[in-house]
Design a protein around this ligand. Structure first.
Ligand SMILES: [Zn+2]
Ligand SMILES: [Zn+2]
Length: 254
């Protein structure tokens, strides 16, 4: 039987230099529970080093964690790449790492990049700045993600920077994207009137939270699924076998 699951698949942790230090696994999992989210996605900039910690933490709760990474391509386009399991994700993360310029982070300017475990103990500080563009093109980033069984969602397409529409001006029709993420769903009519070709894409909206307060936004994306798994999410984004996706208001459960 199919039922609705609420999901926020674009969440940063303390590993992203621009994220607040309240974005540790304990806080993220606890807040997701309070918000009634069934599925969360962890997508730090160009790294997946904190995904295992959030998965560890969520294992004690009724919360599904999908592992991913928000890649910044050579064109400065942000894309969410989500994977069926941690092994596939970490293999893909190696590909991204090898293409990340070795620019040292300057914590006093960009913020700390903290790798933690599920108990929020600091394991180490990531020294390479994670918010550079990788040397791989959008096309290469997408193609490689697909070889690891991933699905790709261009992030915040309606934002004026770091988005596929701001930087390329269009979504290349041959690019194998599973959906498009819109930051402000209330602006959907405006986006579709400016870019009528996007009508054929599935749209999702996630928090892109860099702080706990940003997790508590008014809406999220609901997936109509058999069970809250990666494979079911993939089917829903494709509209297969009665699965579907809608953006709707998020109601806090307690
Ligand atoms: Zn982004
Ligand atoms: Zn983001």
């Amino acid at each position: 039987m199919l039922k609705w699951f609420s999901a926020d698949l674009h969440i940063h942790t303390v590993l992203s230099p621009c994220a607040e230090l309240d974005m540790g696994p304990i806080n993220i999992v606890e807040t997701a529970g309070k918000l009634g989210l069934d599925i969360i996605g962890i997508t730090d900039h160009n790294s997946a080093a904190n995904v295992a910690a959030v998965m560890d933490r969520a294992a004690q709760k009724d919360l599904v964690v999908i592992g991913g990474v928000e890649v910044q391509t050579r064109e400065e386009v942000h894309v969410l790449c989500l994977f069926p399991d941690l092994d596939q994700l970490l293999a893909y993360a190696v590909f991204i790492r090898e293409r990340l310029p070795r620019v040292p982070n300057r914590p006093e300017v960009f913020g700390d990049q903290v790798v933690v475990n599920g108990e929020e103990e600091i394991l180490y500080f990531e020294k390479t700045l994670l918010i550079s563009s990788v040397t791989a093109s959008l096309e290469e980033v997408v193609a490689e993600a697909l070889t690891y069984g991933g699905l790709v969602i261009p992030a915040h397409v309606d934002r004026p920077s770091f988005s596929i529409l701001s930087n390329l001006g269009f979504v290349p029709p041959e690019l194998a994207v599973a959906a498009l993420e819109i930051a402000w769903p209330e602006r959907m009519p405006d986006i579709l009137s400016r870019y009528p070709d996007l009508e054929r894409y599935c749209f999702v909206s996630f928090s892109d939270a860099h702080s706990i307060s940003q997790l508590k936004r008014g809406f999220c994306t609901y997936f109509y699924l058999q069970e809250p798994t990666f494979i079911e999410i993939k089917k829903a984004l494709a509209g297969h076998e009665g699965r579907k996706v809608v953006i709707g208001p998020l109601s806090e459960v307690n």
